[in-house]
Design a protein around this ligand. Sequence first.
Ligand code: NAD
Length: 471
Amino acid sequence: MFIDGNVAEASDGGRFDVLNPATGEVIASVADGTVADAISAVDAASRAAAPWAATPPRARAEILRRAFELMTERAEELARLISLENGKAMPDARGEVAYAAEFFRWYSEEAVRGAGSLTTAPSGANRILVQYQPVGVCVLVTPWNFPAAMATRKIGPALAAGCTMLLKPASDTPLTALAMAELLHEAGVPAGVVNVLPARRSGAVVSAMLHDPRVRKLSFTGSTEVGRLLLREAADQVVNTSMELGGNAPFVVFADADLDAAVEGAMVAKMRNAGEACTAANRFYVEAPVAEEFSRRLAERMSNLVVGPGTEETTQVGPLVNLEAVDKVDSLVRGAVSGGAKAIIGGERPDRAGFFYDPTVLVNVQPEAPILREEIFGPVAPIVVFDGEDDAVRLANDTEYGLVAYVYTGDLARGLRVSERIESGMIGLNRGLVSDPAAPFGGVKQSGLGREGGHEGMLDYLEAKYVAVSW
Ligand code: NAD
């Protein structure tokens, strides 16, 4: 663990293993944080809170800038660590490091752009002073699919805002978070400001933090199921919450789209991170006149990808994170096929060590198939044919999720019209990638609450203080 500026063992000496998903072998073991450790971490973060909040914004900005530079210098080493514990192919891991580091750079620039206002009350009787203050001690809970970026997307704005924090990384990928803690310490983050506590008993540890009255915020990225549970836990102490939850992104291709661009975008939206992204295209809706050609071209591109251990230089698609992930993908594909879908490529779990699944394209998928309702989190593209704009919008909105949608069309007016009608926090319009540190990332419906990234991302770590002033 990394608590109060020091590397520490768990209070009961417990440890747990971290596996390499490409081989299933143990690569390291880390301290398994306990409830007592969680309380020590809250003690440290709480002691550090006032001095950190009082640190000049410029000083906080320079520390963040240094963290960006250190990450950039160590990009290759960090990418390899991500690939080893998460499984992703090195090009994806390098992409993640660059994206993750950018949150430190962006928020180093935001740290000094303080907000606030002084206005005259409508009655003229007084002035209204609005000032933004750090929310306080934050609990940050992150998933395994982007072990660096999901952490920096929270740590960056929290540091810029003047908050202190306890990061609970996913148990499959604690090594990257621990490496980040050391890097931040080296960049000049004072002891106690960023604490990292891996814990297999995440329920008990996070619950203990959320019931400590010194904790003022929870920022969670993970599944909707766990998000719902934590919203209930956070209710007891009325803790501020930001929730980045699951997705079920539709990828809509109209007949007037540039098909080359649509296939290219589909490759990014589907295959980045082997499909293990909350933003992954989960359902493809293609207008009837181009459905066959789009399916054929996508299948051709996906079948040419090299599948293998993420750390091998030629690999384009790494293994999935663990055996349960492979079982889930396999059962969704089997369910779709038994309902009448046809796998034009893939559809089988490969007979090899490690947690692999072959890139798969399914056509003739039935509307009720669970593969269209649940997050696949794997390299599988189910394709459904639609007929006209209203049909596309109806199908896209037929989900309890609302994180991102992708729309390909050659008609900009239609693209903007459909973007307005689709219920999601983000739209990729003729683009298969939306993530950008300068933009507000987040979902509507059961995909979450709040935004990360952009100016909006910093507001999630600030509270407005209003002072009514007579003079
Ligand atoms: P998960 O919900 O299982 O776990 C997320 C984190 O919560 C992990 O750190 C885990 O240890 C912890 N956790 C699990 N149970 C807990 C409990 N009872 N109490 C407290 N903490 C608990 O999700 P995952 O499998 O790690 O990640 C995949 C999910 O994350 C997908 O649903 C994906 O869509 C989502 N995700 C969302 C975004 C986004 O920005 N919206 C980004 C990445 C991933």
